[in-house]
Ligand binder design. Structure first.
Ligand SMILES: Cc1ncc(COP(=O)(O)O)c(C=O)c1O
Length: 400
């Protein structure tokens, strides 16, 4: 039996491959320091657990409506609307098994074959994978690394627009780079989207993991609510990566099409899990604040250690789970020409496991610097310290 040709077009989330590689090493008895995956090793808040448990015990175990249970759709419309200063109703929400499914479902429902779609690269690799799987033209845009942080490369965005791009994926706050848009940058992007009659998919996976201040969404800007589909996930804010709960929020015309795909793909998102989601949205902020406080300590330790290594430059991310250090000079110091070789050598010698820039979309022609991505969500501070110590020693032993 032959595998369908279209499967050649499908990409993957290669961070999972790094995870598998590390797991194999762990089987040999080696201690692994997991900086590779945006998973989270903190417990799901108790209110969420209680909400789901009560639901499973009270028989919420059958099918439920394809767009999600009305109570959760209403609660999510209110939560996402209130936090972005806009108004959504039940008709604007389709519940999903996680944040990720909205990517492929939007593409399947709204993109014609041959449409140009802009997407961040480095970025979450599933955008590129799904655009190409459905035979769109994936047009990447990257970031410019300035002393103050990373900025969107508008010249690449404008190039895509000139080619006729009608859709753009935007991930603020960004995985893997940790980049976040200033108010001006966001306004400039919204302006381009409106002027060129485009539609924007705002991947808000890390909207609620901002360490200080109030998060900003492009959907809040004038004229953008009608042009934005927000990808919401419970995974990161509520430490629920394995529960699989999220939602697509946006114009009902698109939501209805996404729900038609729900019927075809999974019928509905797991019934009782949705009650856990409601409980999370209703719980006190303290439970999620505890998660953020722990993550902030890890972020600060990691950024400080990274910047203490000669040849490494790391920005401190305002939100999210990731540090994305530039290691161009470190590669020279340690005699490596290829990040993948460097990554493998560190993993095999020390057990410190992280990803390279190449795990987040095909590298662009104009890139001359080398980057790695370290997630601080899946490793406690003691192991973080120990792992970073091993990394530093390894470097000093190899440095020229
Ligand atoms: C930017 C981004 N979007 C989407 C997702 C997927 O989220 P979920 O696990 O809820 O499907 C992730 C997960 O790491 C992510 O980093």
């Amino acid at each position: 039996m032959n595998v369908a040709k279209r499967m050649d077009l499908l990409g993957s989330e290669t961070a999972f491959a790094v995870s598998a590689e590390a797991a194999k090493l762990a089987e040999t008895g080696m201690k692994i320091y997991p900086f590779h995956l945006g998973d989270i090793n903190l417990p799901t808040p108790i209110s969420v657990i209680n909400g789901a448990e009560e639901a499973i015990r009270s028989g919420k175990t059958g099918y439920c409506p394809a767009p999600g249970i009305p109570e959760l759709r209403i609660a999510l419309a209110k939560d996402v609307g209130d936090s972005r200063g806009i108004k959504y109703g039940i008709e604007n929400v389709s519940i999903q098994p996680g944040g990720k499914p909205s990517i492929g479902k939007y593409i399947a429902a709204m993109m014609e074959k041959g449409d140009v779609v802009l997407y961040p690269n480095p970025g979450y690799p599933i955008y590129e994978s799904q655009i190409e799987f459905y035979e769109g033209i994936a047009h990447p845009y990257g970031y410019l690394d300035n002393s103050s942080g990373l900025e969107l490369d508008f010249s690449a965005i404008e190039k895509g627009i000139k080619k006729g791009a009608k859709h753009i994926f935007y991930n603020n706050y960004n995985n893997p780079t940790g980049a976040s848009s200033s108010e001006e940058e966001m306004a400039k992007l919204a302006d381009l989207v409106i002027k060129n009659d485009m539609f924007l998919i705002s991947d808000d996976a890390y909207f609620d993991t901002l360490f200080e201040g109030t998060p900003r969404s492009i959907a809040s800007l004038p004229g953008m609510k009608e042009r934005t589909l927000t990808m919401y996930t419970f995974s990161k804010k509520f430490a629920m990566t394995g529960w699989r709960l999220g939602g697509a929020i946006g114009p009902s015309k698109i939501i209805d099409q996404i729900t038609r795909l729900n019927v075809n793909m999974e019928s509905c998102t797991t019934h009782f899990i949705q009650y856990g989601g409601i409980a999370g949205l209703e719980a006190s902020k303290k439970e999620t604040q505890d998660i953020l406080d722990k993550l902030r300590v890890r972020r600060d330790m990691l950024v400080k250690t990274m910047n203490g290594i000669e040849g490494v430059e790391a920005h401190s991310p305002e939100a999210g789970f990731y540090v994305f250090p530039k290691i161009t000079k470190l590669m020279e110091r340690t005699g490596f020409g290829d990040v993948e070789e460097f990554r493998k050598a560190v993993l095999n010698d020390t057990g410190v496991s992280f990803c390279g820039r190449h795990h987040f979309g095909r590298p662009l022609d104009n890139e001359s610097d080398s980057y790695i991505r370290l997630a601080f969500s899946g490793i406690g501070k003691d192991d973080l310290k120990e792992g970073m110590g091993l990394f530093q020693n390894w470097i000093e032993a190899r440095a020229k």
